[in-house]
Design a protein around this ligand. Structure first.
Ligand SMILES: [Zn+2]
Length: 154
């Protein structure tokens, strides 16, 4: 089911702004919608481009400011030293070799998995198709403790 209205639109933008946001979104998705899974820099670039187009879209729709979203609680898989926001709801469980686990969004799930020795990833019930595979592949292209280096996210 598709909701035809955005909740709490109390500051609707001018139509022109939305048109620009749509064009930016179409451009970014065309350019970054598919990424070479072996190239972590391509991933970082795509993530930045897609995140920015989403910010532009939310702003055009008068949705809540980005600062509020970043202050929202993050998924349990997010490392306290990792400043990056979640890329969505928790959709996977990441287990370490001792079966200690944490639920996470795809972004933090992949970063956690990449940092574990002998870690595994499973999709949570209701996760979108391929979530665990995407996390697994992204983890394979992600350095352990990726948040300790600059270049991906901030
Ligand atoms: Zn997360």
């Amino acid at each position: 089911m598709i909701h035809t209205s955005i909740h709490s639109v109390d500051n609707p933008a001018e139509p022109g702004e939305l048109a620009v946001a749509i064009r930016v979104g179409q451009y970014m998705l065309a350019r970054y919608g598919t990424v070479d899974s072996s190239d972590i820099f391509a991933y970082a670039q795509a993530h930045g481009g897609l995140a920015e187009s989403l910010r532009i879209m939310l702003r055009a729709l008068g949705a809540e400011p980005v600062a509020e979203q970043q202050a929202a609680p993050r998924c349990p898989a997010a490392h306290p030293d990792d400043p990056t926001p979640c890329d969505g709801p928790a959709v996977v469980t990441v287990l370490d070799a001792a079966n200690a686990g944490a639920n996470g969004c795809e972004h933090h799930g992949a970063r956690l998995l990449a940092s574990l020795d002998g870690g595994r990833v499973y999709a949570l019930p209701g996760a979108p198709a391929g979530a665990a595979i995407r996390v697994f592949k992204t983890a394979g292209a992600t350095r352990p403790f990726a948040w300790t280096e600059r270049g991906e996210g901030q």
